[in-house]
Design a protein around this ligand. Structure first.
Ligand SMILES: Cc1ncc(COP(=O)(O)O)c(C=O)c1O
Length: 379
């Protein structure tokens, strides 16, 4: 009997052309997202700004759906244009003192590096924690924290290794030392279950275009009220304030909620796409999506190893994710990537390895076909 994931596969026309295994890069658009975008463009054609209230309502629905997915309150969510945007809200919002420092893994994607590196001009030091065997060890992070550390910035899931950081354990360590935990969530949100409250995260930012299957230029930012109250607003605007509808009286009173970060016009078109994507996730249930993705990647690793490939990604129960990186046996990763693409398999080549990142609509049969293509390509 077909399960719910087989049934929704037809929402992904990309499957007709490709075996798409690259959701850690840029994801294909599901049909309901594309239809929502089309619908909103039609409304813009027909009604111009007269339909704006409707689009704003959709944005608020998206906020509620995002809050539900993360276990947060809608007031704790702001829409951002990408992961970097949200991380900068924290990086530019903290009142730094010379000699403060930020702890982050050495293997972070640059999006979670430059917002912090840019603080060097304010006398803030960056302390990089090395990776060991594809893992970031809690004790290494703990050892790096000193009395001048203000925050730890880390990915939920590391983009190269796919290592899933234990955010709850990290938050406990951070909070016991009076340090904030700030998370780049883009490689985990949409693939793995995360309750930001239960984990104790202070802030999280995730762009929409990877595992969330939403348009590029959309993203969600969560901030714990206790941190929000401490942050300066780095880029306030006319829509950041409580009385923004009054154009003639100026009173600088920021919204108490994260809405303060939506400083001016929003990407309402992108957000209507994000809404449909979030609805899909909440309808399918993130726990069962996680089970599906982990079952697919477990199977992939088993097959890779059975065929003599060395898997780089840590695959213990609490450390695995939707990202699997492995070493080709004979040819260079770029050559393997190109030959897979020629055969219709979309993957990534990263640091001498092939990175595979399936989503819930991929199938076990597609994994078999990938393994077959690898063997045929003498990879
Ligand atoms: C861990 C990680 N963070 C962030 C990004 C992207 O950042 P942004 O959403 O700011 O473009 C990527 C990949 O593009 C990534 O792998």
């Amino acid at each position: 009997m077909a399960d719910k994931f087989d049934k929704i596969r037809n929402l992904f026309p990309v499957t007709k052309k490709f075996v798409y295994l690259n959701h850690a890069a840029v994801s294909p658009t599901p049909r309901p997202v594309a239809e929502a975008l089309r619908q909103q463009v039609s409304e813009q054609l027909a009604y111009g700004g007269r339909a704006e209230d409707l689009w704003e309502k959709r944005a608020e629905q998206a906020r509620r759906q995002a809050a539900k997915l993360l276990g947060a309150k809608p007031s704790e969510i702001a829409f951002v244009t990408n992961t970097t945007h949200g991380l900068n809200l924290v990086a530019r919002g903290i009142q730094w003192k010379r000699g403060d420092n930020v702890v982050l893994p050495q293997v972070e994607f640059p999006a979670n590096v430059y917002p912090w590196l840019s603080l060097q001009s304010k006398g803030v030091r960056i302390k990089f924690v090395p990776e060991k065997d594809g893992r970031i060890r809690l004790e290494d992070i703990e050892r790096s924290i000193d009395r001048r550390t203000r925050l730890v910035a880390i990915s939920f899931v590391e983009f190269l290794s796919g290592y899933r950081n234990d955010l709850k354990a990290l938050a406990t360590i951070c909070h016991s030392k009076g340090v904030y935990l700030v998370v780049d969530g883009i490689q985990g949100i949409g693939a793995l279950k995360l309750d930001v409250k239960k984990a104790g995260i202070d802030a999280l930012s995730a762009g929409g275009h990877k595992w969330l299957l939403a348009p590029q230029g959309t993203g969600i930012f969560y901030c714990r009220p206790e941190l929000l109250r401490q942050l300066e607003h780095p880029m306030p605007g006319w829509m950041s304030v409580v009385g923004w509808q009054n154009y003639y009286k100026f009173e600088y009173k920021l919204f108490d909620s994260c809405r303060r970060y939506e400083s001016a016009q929003k990407n309402l078109l992108g957000l209507c796409g994000l809404l449909e994507a979030l609805r899909l996730f909440n309808r399918l249930g993130i726990a069962s999506i996680e089970r599906r993705i982990l079952a697919l990647t477990d199977y992939l690793c088993e097959q890779l190893e059975a065929h003599g490939y060395r898997v780089f990604s840590p695959r213990g129960d609490r450390e695995k994710s939707g990202i699997v990186s492995f070493y080709p046996k004979r040819r260079k990763a770029e050559a393997v990537w190109a030959s897979l693409l020629k055969r219709g398999f979309v993957t990534s080549a990263r640091k001498g390895r092939i990175r595979i990142s399936p989503h819930f609509y991929n199938t076990f049969e597609e994994i078999d076909r990938l393994i077959h293509a690898l063997s045929r390509g003498r990879s």
